[in-house]
Design a protein around this ligand. Structure first.
Ligand SMILES: [Zn+2]
Length: 349
């Protein structure tokens, strides 16, 4: 099969090669899926850079195939797999979970004691075929196109959990989306809007500000404006009820400062840095709640898929690149020249 194979660390130009590799087989308890499409995520860049540190899971040795998201068609079911048949169209839940530990039994599959992510701990979706546990498969509802499927994956699932399950957004609340042009951010705008919230989007450039407004934001704050003061001006000095921040870094403190007393901040990424400087008093003296929210659960994945199928969410896809030109997509992601997901077209849908 053709696959984007990581063979080294550093620039994708030299460490990622699109080439032939052995097509996997469905082993016991596995399903073989012919991949129609995948997406790019910032974690693909982290893998190429061999990023390490607190909260970063160990990666298997190279060569490796990245790609957290995948949808396509069932080709074969391995020994002991019931209920899945060749030709069924499926989308893959990106979390690897045991289904038996304390957290899985509670439904918290992304807190599994042996938790991993497809494309990280096993080969991922940047290939023509992938093998996955059947519990990760969800049938694709009729009428759901490739743009929506590019959004039923890690980024949107993270935003869904952060806002719906963790921050528990309610109709009429104001939500600040930091890093509003990325995969998680563009998802957060849509999900908050669909929940009846007012959305303030923080973005870096004018064209992204335009796109954020077109996609449903009620107001934008530019990166060269002081975030906290701008948010206060937009909320008559009150602050936002909820913030979602997948960026971290030096701006993290301002995100906290933009919260109303008792406000909630969902933290789901650290693409700009994971060790901001912050006074603890800024958190507890204002009753602010900092909530960790990585990938959503298996049940939340189903809920996200149903929301798309019901037309409650509109996909936000910046570009589609074929597998053979995956490097072009990675460069866009690296330069942050995106508004929404970059989808990777691999096989027939
Ligand atoms: Zn588990």
């Amino acid at each position: 099969m053709r696959a984007a194979v990581q063979v080294g660390y550093g620039s994708s130009d030299t460490s990622l090669l699109v080439r032939e590799v052995t097509t996997p087989r469905a082993g016991p308890g596995e399903v073989l899926v012919r991949v129609a499409g995948s997406t790019l995520n910032r974690k693909d860049l982290f893998a190429l850079a061999n990023l390490t540190g607190p909260g970063i899971r160990a990666r298997p040795p190279l060569p490796h195939v990245n790609g957290t998201d995948a949808w396509g068609t069932v080709v074969a079911a391995g020994e002991g797999v019931d209920g899945w048949h060749p030709g069924e169209r499926v989308v893959v839940y990106p979390g690897l979970y045991c289904a038996a530990c304390e957290f899985c039994v509670r439904g918290e599959t992304s807190a599994c004691t042996t938790y991993g992510v497809i494309g990280e701990q096993c080969w991922g979706g940047h290939a023509e075929f992938i093998t996955v546990p059947p519990r990760n498969l969800e049938r694709i509802p009729e009428g759901l196109g490739p743009e929506a499927l590019a959004c039923v994956g890690g980024s949107w699932l993270t935003a869904w959990r952060a806002l719906i399950s963790v921050a528990s957004i309610r109709t009429g609340e104001t939500v600040l989306v930091v890093g509003a042009s990325g995969g998680v951010g563009t998802a957060a705008i849509q999900i908050a809007r669909a929940a009846g919230c007012r959305v303030i989007a923080a973005v870096g450039t004018q064209w992204k500000a335009r796109r954020a407004m077109e996609s449903g934001a009620d107001a934008v704050v530019m990166a060269d404006e002081p975030l906290k003061e701008s948010v206060m001006a937009l909320t008559t000095g009150r602050g936002v009820d909820v913030a979602i921040d997948s960026v971290g870094g030096a701006g993290w403190r301002d995100t906290i400062g933009a919260l109303v007393p008792l406000g909630r901040m969902a933290v789901c990424g650290a693409t700009a840095g994971d060790a901001p400087s912050i006074s603890i008093r800024e958190i507890y003296q204002s009753h602010r709640r900092i909530l960790g929210a990585p990938l959503g659960t298996r049940a939340e994945f189903t809920a996200l898929l149903r929301a798309f199928a019901a037309g409650r969410l509109a996909p936000v896809v910046h570009a589609v690149v074929p597998l053979e030109r995956i490097h072009e997509g990675l460069r866009l992601l690296e330069r942050r020249e995106i508004f929404g997901k970059i989808a990777v077209a691999i096989g027939e849908a």
